[in-house]
Write a protein that binds this ligand. Structure first.
Ligand code: ZN
Ligand code: ZN
Length: 178
């Protein structure tokens, strides 16, 4: 099984290669990154945010029309929200195999701190592995250091390690090749 990552032109450039390597290492799966060609729609002017659900609708249609069988993750830089939540780092729709992640709140700059590529990359890899975990039917985990722990803040995300706890790892391995 391969994971296809669509990298939007707005997303941080130059990180594709280290991202691919790190994510592939965490998941134990092939990861392929290509330039994104679908429009990131669902922008809500009043919130200055993108409705992640709407973007996933387009991604679902794109994946279906293109006959892609791999799970697909879209990486964008726009701030995301979904119904009932002020913001989300990312969102997955496991029934159709599509997910999205935003770098907006993963950047130090958002919190008034100096730019740090390593911190950004680390957060992106954890958040990507989390959403892909959902795509292979993993649920949220109570173990704070596990990739599948639901991060509500940047501190939560930074506390996590780049690994799945033994229980989630087991589920990941059984979900991977279905
Ligand atoms: Zn989650
Ligand atoms: Zn876990």
């Amino acid at each position: 099984m391969e994971i296809l990552v669509l990298w939007d032109h707005s997303a941080p450039q130059g990180l594709q290669l280290p991202f691919t390597r790190a994510l592939s290492g965490v998941l134990g799966l092939e990861v392929r990154v290509v330039d994104n060609s679908i429009p990131v729609n669902g922008y809500v002017g009043a919130r200055r945010q993108v409705d992640a659900g709407q973007t996933l609708d387009s991604l679902d249609i794109y994946r279906h029309r293109s006959g892609i069988s791999s799970p697909v993750l879209l990486v964008v830089s726009r701030d995301l929200f979904c119904k009932g939540q002020e913001f989300v780092f990312g969102l997955a729709r496991p029934d159709v195999g599509v997910a999205i992640l935003s770098t907006f709140r993963l950047e130090n700059e958002y919190y008034g701190l100096p730019h740090d590529d390593d911190a950004l990359l680390d957060r992106m890899v954890k958040e990507a592995a989390h959403e892909i975990g959902h795509l292979v039917s993993l649920h949220h985990c109570l173990e704070e250091e596990c990739i599948m722990h639901n991060p509500l803040t940047l501190e939560d995300l930074d506390r996590k390690r780049r690994h799945f706890c033994s229980l989630c790892e087991e589920k990941l391995n059984s979900g991977k090749f279905r």
